[in-house]
Design a protein. Structure first.
Length: 154
């Protein structure tokens, strides 16, 4: 069993901040009425705060803070509020050395959960073990979804 306790990620926070700043720059240079630029800027600021607190800092009660990967391929996730769910890893998960996007489907739900994991959210050895586990799992144990597109061919 591979138990991963996810920490907050400075790299993800910086990436999200840069993306939102770029979007705000686009809003600033587009010829729109001033009131609409202000409204869009407020929406972008709210989106940044939500993204940072939910994904990068994992502060929301529904934020995933722990993954337990079983040898047989099952995964148990734990949220900040303490709830635990059994999930399955979707074949369209994305694995690289600098970013891992794990797509999880709870057994009792139709909704897909996404976990963004950058190297600074885990110890280096655990991040490597997660990537190996996911590549083995996606490559051999899971059929990619029909709608997965290019991401299903990891």
């Amino acid at each position: 069993m591979l138990r991963l306790s996810l920490k907050s990620s400075r790299q993800l926070a910086a990436g999200l901040a840069l993306e939102h700043l770029a979007a705000a720059g686009c809003v600033a240079i587009v010829p729109l009425p001033f009131w609409l630029k202000i409204l869009l800027s407020v929406i972008l600021a709210a989106s940044l705060i939500q993204s940072l607190t939910r994904e990068a800092w994992r502060m929301w009660p529904s934020s995933i803070v722990e993954l337990q990967c079983e040898r047989e391929g099952g995964v148990l996730i734990k949220t900040r509020s303490g709830k635990e769910f059994e999930v399955r890893v979707l074949g369209s998960s994305f694995v690289t050395s600098y970013l891992t996007i794990v797509l999880l489907k709870p057994n009792a739900s139709r909704r897909v959960r996404t976990v963004l994991i950058l190297p600074d959210a885990l110890e280096p050895e655990l991040f490597r073990q997660l990537r190996v586990w996911l590549k083995w799992r996606v490559g051999r144990g899971v059929e990619p979804e029909a709608s997965a597109g290019w991401a299903g061919r990891v």
